[in-house]
Design a protein around this ligand. Structure first.
Ligand SMILES: NC(=O)C[C@H](N)C(=O)O
Length: 637
């Protein structure tokens, strides 16, 4: 172990998860502090007229950026010829006039429009957490009633997110409610290694009407997308955030239009916005975000009903059909006294059609408890668990398009939980909170016993402990903390996560471990710094490479500042510094505050070594297309 003052940490962490182990002597586990991090520099107040009402440059107020993609739906519809239809170019104009959705004064005073040079950019009033959410609206043409949406439209949304991924903290998709559950499900599979929130929302009544649900839904979606690193495709409606591939539209006439029957909400927006972090899906990867727009269109949904003819089933399963979601009765049942029907199903699965068994019931899962369920397994169907038909259909479309996989691999993938779309039985895998010896001791001394209080203790104590383990590179301690249900993504009182600390310390293996166990590269501490900023500051080259490989990037502000930083590094002949900023994504051609580039600064002082180094760095970068090679550390003790 690297630091003797933390010698007991592993045993302490072990004691947390194993009731039989005695608690060691308490060790000094004070968490690592943010290492003199500077507040983010705010952008220039270029067209400022009155400084009194503007936050100062050193204000800790953080600005988050959200891209809103407006695809259509009721939220932006008006009545034409007595029917509702989407209206182009009307939404932004209307939002500009709504003070809860646009702070015109702030926008004007801070030169928002000059800075973003984008006329569809708006800004929310200051949030409770002192955050400003700046959002830009990208409006599609034509705007669509979601009944008109096709697979191509999903691809377009996916590509636009991919194109803009590094420029925004989160994404909101405005969409009609009729097929929103399908789009949300499809995007959840198409977005591979997602690290930022994508929130779909819309409304039942147009935002232009006096009484409507559009304003609340859009505001809630923006607040969530801008303030929380929830790496999921979600759906926000009627004060609840749901996992996108778990929802279904259940009501055509109520503001409460969606249900997530088999998974509790990821967040509720009541007096406060409460995130249920234990439910939030974690990517567990060191791979970069990408969107797979390849989808197989030869898929379909078939709902069983009493008396369905085998001719109907046969016709439905004919080529080019490649994947079918069969909506069965109850817990996945079908008639077992209909050999004609079962034979058609068996013929299709034998010929390579993948058929998924999903229940027609709103809630619950398929099983093989009945003979009428077992016959479907015998016919070669794959159990869809508690997936919604919308999720199963889009998953089929996504999996069937994976041309490199053979049929068996595709079937296996269909039975696996890819994005939290189905429940897996974790019985026995998780330690009960009250089993933890550590929590028991604390709970006893505080005389608490209810689950909520135990959870509160865990949530208050474990993030700083995890940070302390990260400080000394103690992976075993982190494992033990994880076993007791600790969320390794949570930050301490300064919002500093174990990944921030490990990045500061340059513990490469631990960084790898954390990324493989749900840590996010997009976490920001209270100073707005990400793990990448920390790794650059403390010059841990391999950590920078790994974080970049996982999709970490500098913010727009940081990239703006990079020119000046590079010039000063060039002036002081700091080759290591230049290299690390370049690895972290800084543009070596970026001008500093006085219009000079790093290379010009080096030339001006006649430093040939720095000039040659910068030229080399630039040519390496253009050869690799900006891709950084990271060599994984060998696994082992
Ligand atoms: N509430 C809505 O958005 C319904 C509309 N027909 C749509 O799906 O576009």
């Amino acid at each position: 172990m690297a630091d003797s003052s933390f010698d007991n940490l592993t045993s302490l962490a072990r004691a947390l998860s194993h009731p039989k182990l005695e608690l060691s002597e308490p060790s000094d586990v004070s968490p690592t502090r943010g290492a003199q991090l500077q507040p983010c520099r705010r952008r220039k107040l270029s067209s400022c007229t009155s400084l009194e009402s503007v936050e100062p440059l050193t204000s800790p107020t953080a600005e988050a950026r959200v891209l809103v993609i407006n695809t259509g739906g009721t939220i932006g519809m008006t009545i034409h010829d007595n029917v509702l239809a989407p209206t182009a170019n009307a939404l932004v104009k209307s939002l500009r006039k709504l003070p809860i959705l646009h702070d015109a004064m702030y926008a004007q005073q801070t030169g928002l429009y000059d800075y973003y040079s984008y006329e569809n950019t708006l800004v929310l009033p200051l949030s409770k957490d002192k955050k400003r959410i700046v959002y830009s609206i990208l409006e599609y043409s034509p705007l669509l009633d979601s009944s008109n949406m096709t697979t191509d439209d999903w691809g377009r949304i996916g590509k636009d997110i991919e194109k803009n991924y590094e420029n925004y903290d989160g994404f909101v998709i405005l969409h009609g409610t009729d097929t929103m559950a399908y789009t949300a499900s499809a995007l959840s599979f198409m977005c591979e290694h997602l690290g930022k929130p994508i929130v779909l929302t819309g409304s039942q009544v147009p935002i232009f009407e006096m009484r409507n649900d559009g304003r609340g839904n859009l505001l809630g979606a923006l607040l969530i997308a801008g303030q929380f690193v929830i790496p999921e495709v979600c759906l926000y409606f009627y004060n609840k955030l749901h996992r996108g591939n778990r929802v279904t539209k259940v009501d055509a006439g109520s503001f409460n239009a969606f249900s997530s029957p088999n998974l509790a909400p990821l967040a509720t927006a009541e007096v406060d916005i409460k995130i249920n972090w234990d439910t939030v899906w974690r990517p567990n990867t060191t791979a970069k975000f990408q969107v797979s727009t390849e989808l197989n269109r030869n898929v379909g949904l078939l709902r069983l009903f009493p008396g369905i003819t085998s001719a109907t089933v046969k016709a439905f399963l004919q080529p080019p059909m490649m994947g079918v979601v069969l909506e069965t009765y109850g817990s996945g049942n079908a008639p077992d006294n209909r050999p004609d029907l079962l034979q058609e199903l068996k013929k299709a699965t034998d010929s390579g059609v993948i058929i998924i068994n999903c229940t027609q019931c709103l809630r619950g899962t398929v099983s093989t408890s009945y003979a009428t369920g077992m016959v479907l397994m015998d016919a070669g169907l794959i159990a869809g668990g508690d997936m919604t038909p919308e999720a199963a259909l889009s998953k089929l479309s996504y999996v069937l398009a994976k041309d490199k996989l053979d049929l068996d691999a595709k079937k296996k993938l269909m039975g696996r939980n890819l994005r939290g779309e189905m429940s897996v039985d974790l019985a026995g895998a998780k330690l009960c909170l009250s089993d933890s010896r550590f929590i028991q001791v604390i709970a006893k001394s505080l005389s608490v016993s209810c689950k909520e209080e135990l959870e509160a203790i865990r949530d208050a104590l474990t993030p700083p402990l995890a940070c302390a383990a990260a400080k000394i590179g103690d992976i075993e301690a982190l494992q033990a903390l994880k076993e007791m249900g600790t969320n390794l993504c949570l930050g301490d009182y300064d919002g500093r996560t174990p990944l921030h600390i490990a990045a500061c310390e340059g513990h490469l293996k631990l960084v790898e471990y954390l990324l493989g166990h749900g840590a996010t590269v997009y976490a920001k501490d209270r100073y707005g710094d990400t793990p990448l900023c920390n790794a650059v500051r403390f010059r841990h080259k391999e950590v920078v490479k790994l974080l970049r490989q996982t999709g970490a990037h500098f913010s727009r502000e940081k990239l703006e500042e990079a020119g000046t930083e590079l010039c000063s590094l060039a002036a002081t002949r700091d080759l290591e510094g230049l290299e690390i900023w370049s690895l972290a994504g800084a543009d070596l051609r970026k001008q500093g505050y006085d219009g000079q580039t790093a290379i010009q600064v080096a030339q001006a002082v006649g430093n040939k070594e720095v000039v040659a180094f910068l030229v080399q760095l630039m040519s390496n970068k253009s050869k690799s297309g900006g891709v950084i090679e990271f060599t994984a550390t060998p696994s082992g003790p």
